[in-house]
Design a protein around this ligand. Structure first.
Ligand code: SF4
Ligand code: SF4
Length: 447
């Protein structure tokens, strides 16, 4: 199988793709749903419901304000129990709508396919759907698809790499819905006038590559022409699915420091995002459910499930034979880039793609020792950064040095921490360094 060139650096963590071959199960048995009003980058939504209000599936319950926000919809039918503020796992206070589900999943009357006939109506529909990038970052998709004046996109890149250990939710998406994935890609190409699309999948998922190629062949037989979409098996190397790495691997184009994919003519969407687009255009049902991988030594039944957004994490864990209270560590996301939860009264959000539950042994934090200047972190960094310099600049809160060593280019992939024999907390320290730079910038702007 032909492989494109690859980026420098990167690591080979154990894949642990234990749930590859288990079809996704739909879970509906949730009595209590908690929907946060902030599930995207950008300002939080304003609740449009109050305690005692009846709600239905797909009904808007959070109104978006500003270009970087998307509305939030109810994922169940039932009664709003409260609208309150809670402390999220990030430590921030967030407004949440708690709903008692009636278990009926009655659809809201207003659900209907959106009227889309050009780029503007398409982008409006995508915003109304509440869609954020489903690969993990939570960036509103309509904003990502809005190509700035003076720029053009000549390639749509679909990220199906799924390089994070354990997670197989995108793989299941490919295996179970290849037709809607290709349909979603064609819709985006059509309304954004992008002439070609490339789908990147790590070569440890040959079935995903095969089913998508078969889908293209079916279209060719039916329409007598092959869509300008190509499916590429890529070297299995973490972080192949990082936007910058994927673009470089597929097109040989390098995004400049501080730049965006559109600066090199690319628009990048996750494979689950395009499948959602196809479904939404057909049905008008907003983003109210999420496919996630459940795995880790703390679960008896590793699996992929489709759950309502807002399902409480302990309930989801219980389904897979785990106990949130007894777990040593719960990670929202993958084992390389996910966030360890420090509280359990939290729920599944739109861009959540996995919950990993581990026992106390795996939760032990290794003891940091002195840097031995081995250079492994530098070799592993896919962004050509100097993690060890950034670490020391961060610990010294030296903003000038952090900028000199391009701290904001760090994609927080964790490769440096993964290879460090001294167990230095590099990515955590670099993340803190970014915070110092942002703070200094905002102080400067306020002068
Ligand atoms: S976390 Fe940042 S510094 Fe470390 S390897 Fe990844 S990009 Fe490089
Ligand atoms: S890998 Fe760890 S020990 Fe080696 S240079 Fe980097 S920080 Fe130092």
């Amino acid at each position: 199988m032909f492989k494109f060139g690859h980026f420098s650096g990167g690591v080979h963590p154990k894949g642990n793709k234990n749930t590859h071959f288990f079809p996704t199960m739909r879970l509906d048995d949730f009595k209590h749903i908690r929907i946060p009003m902030s599930m995207h980058i950008g300002p939080p939504c304003t609740p449009t419901v109050k305690a005692g209000d009846p709600v239905m599936v797909g009904q808007m319950i959070g109104e978006a304000t500003g270009p970087l926000a998307v509305p939030i919809h109810s994922s169940v039918s039932g009664i709003v129990k409260s609208v309150s503020r809670v402390v999220a796992s990030s430590g921030n206070s967030v407004e949440v709508v708690d709903i008692e589900s009636d278990g009926q999943y009655t659809r809201h009357d207003a659900i209907a396919p959106p009227i889309v006939n050009d780029r503007d109506t398409f982008l409006k529909a995508i915003r109304d759907s509440g869609l954020v990038g489903l690969g993990g970052a939570g960036f509103p998709t309509h904003a990502k698809l809005r190509i700035p004046e003076g720029k053009t996109a000549d390639v749509l890149i679909i990220n199906a790499a799924e390089c994070e250990p354990y997670i197989t939710a995108d793989f299941r998406q490919c295996a179970e819905h290849p037709d809607e994935i290709i349909e979603g890609i064609r819709i985006v190409m059509h309304y954004l006038d992008i002439p070609k699309a490339m789908v990147g999948i790590e070569d440890n998922k040959p079935l995903a590559i095969e089913v998508l190629r078969n889908e293209l062949t079916k279209i060719e037989l039916k329409e007598n022409t092959r869509p300008a979409i190509s499916i590429h098996g890529l070297r299995t190397l973490y972080p192949q699915g990082a936007e910058k790495m994927l673009i470089y691997t597929l097109t040989n184009r390098e995004i400049p420091s501080g730049g965006l994919p559109i600066d090199v003519g690319a628009v990048v969407l996750n494979v689950s995002t395009v499948r959602f687009i196809a479904k939404y255009i057909k049905t008008g049902m907003p983003l109210v459910r999420k496919r996630i991988t459940l795995d880790g030594s703390g679960l008896k039944i590793p699996c992929n499930v489709n759950v309502p957004v807002g399902a409480m994490i302990p309930d989801v864990i219980k389904f897979a034979g785990g106990d949130a209270e007894a777990a040593g560590k719960i990670i929202m996301g993958g084992s390389m880039m996910g966030v360890a939860l420090d509280r359990f009264d939290t729920s599944i959000i739109k861009h959540n793609n996995a919950i990993l539950v581990f026992g106390t042994k795996e939760a032990e934090i290794p003891q940091e020792t002195q840097c031995i200047r081995c250079g492994r972190c530098v070799e592993a960094c896919p962004m050509h950064l100097m993690p060890t310099q950034l670490d020391s600049a961060s610990r010294n809160k030296d903003v000038t040095e952090l900028n000199d060593y391009f701290v904001m280019d760090c994609i927080e992939c964790g490769c440096c921490t993964f290879v460090c024999p001294a167990k230095r907390y590099l990515v955590q320290s670099i993340r803190a360094g970014k915070g110092y730079v942002r703070l200094a910038k905002s102080k400067e702007a306020a002068k």
